[in-house]
Design a protein around this ligand. Structure first.
Ligand SMILES: C[S@@+](CC[C@H](N)C(=O)[O-])C[C@H]1O[C@@H](n2cnc3c(N)ncnc32)[C@H](O)[C@@H]1O
Length: 242
């Protein structure tokens, strides 16, 4: 597959992934649906502040099954490749069941969000952590930073301010800072990063800013167009400051 800098496609990854040649991807870094819709407390109307709406989006209600992705992920990944996927407590067991038997190593990281949605009624914990599963085989690309930087824990606020897209607003937009740290550890410059669930393209922006190539797929047209615009802007910025 000859990619100059990036390849973006609007469509269903279940079909599009079949067009990726075997052994051609260095890092699968992705953020598939969490299926948290069933646990949502919906829209909570509050008089003294903005409403809190825990509903994610329509796409999150479609059941995501890690076992349906393991063979295609394995097929397209280079022997030196790595897989990192954001997920939630309700799916981590399914990821482990499907991916652990197929790779030498299965680990997880925790992203601690320093500014999670408050628990207005103080019932239970704030949802301040997200999980990231990671797996690889022996001989994988691995840029070990210092011992301190290699805890399986990363701390960062959720996307805010200028980074957060207003139109369209994507409820699961990930911070570029978190994605860049993973890309730095798990791939090298000019290698190919792939995100089959790219949303508004945060993985693509991070990959291009780190001088990697990027393949991204997204089902929803509005998110896809926003991702394309962001990724084209990222390329422009990278070449301006090169
Ligand atoms: C958790 S979001 C990803 C957000 C992304 N990390 C970002 O920062 O914008 C998951 C995305 O997967 C997309 N999606 C769900 N099923 C898909 C499929 N079968 N093929 C391609 N995209 C899909 C959804 O539309 C949604 O935008």
């Amino acid at each position: 597959m000859n990619i100059d800098k990036f390849l973006l496609q609007n469509g269903d990854s279940r079909d599009l992934i079949k067009t990726i040649p075997s052994g051609s991807v260095d890092l699968i870094l992705t953020d598939p649906p969490y299926n948290l819709g069933n646990y949502s407390t919906g829209n909570i109307e509050l008089k003294w502040r903005k409403n809190i709406n825990n509903d994610l989006a329509e796409w999150d209600t479609v059941a995501f099954q890690p076992k349906e992705w393991v063979s295609e992920f394995k097929r397209i990944l280079k022997p030196t490749g790595n897989i990192f996927a954001f997920t939630s407590y309700n799916l981590i067991g399914k990821w482990h069941e499907a991916f652990d038997p197929e790779f030498d190593t299965f680990q997880f990281m925790v992203w601690h969000k320093t500014n999670p949605t408050p628990k207005i009624f103080k019932a239970g914990f704030l949802n301040s952590c997200e999980l990231i599963i990671c797996c690889w085989n022996k001989g994988h690309t691995w840029n070990f930073l210092s011992q301190k930087e290699m805890h399986n824990f990363i701390e960062s606020p959720i996307c805010m301010g200028a980074e957060r897209l207003k139109e369209p607003n994507h409820p699961a937009q990930k911070p570029v800072k978190v994605l860049k740290k993973i890309i730095e550890i798990a791939s090298n410059p000019n290698q190919v990063v792939f995100d089959p669930f790219m949303g508004v393209g945060s993985t693509g922006v991070a990959a291009l800013q780190m001088n990697r190539k990027f393949i991204g797929f997204e089902l929803e047209k509005t998110y896809f167009e926003a991702a394309k615009k962001r990724i084209e802007n990222a390329i422009l910025q990278v070449s301006l400051f090169a």
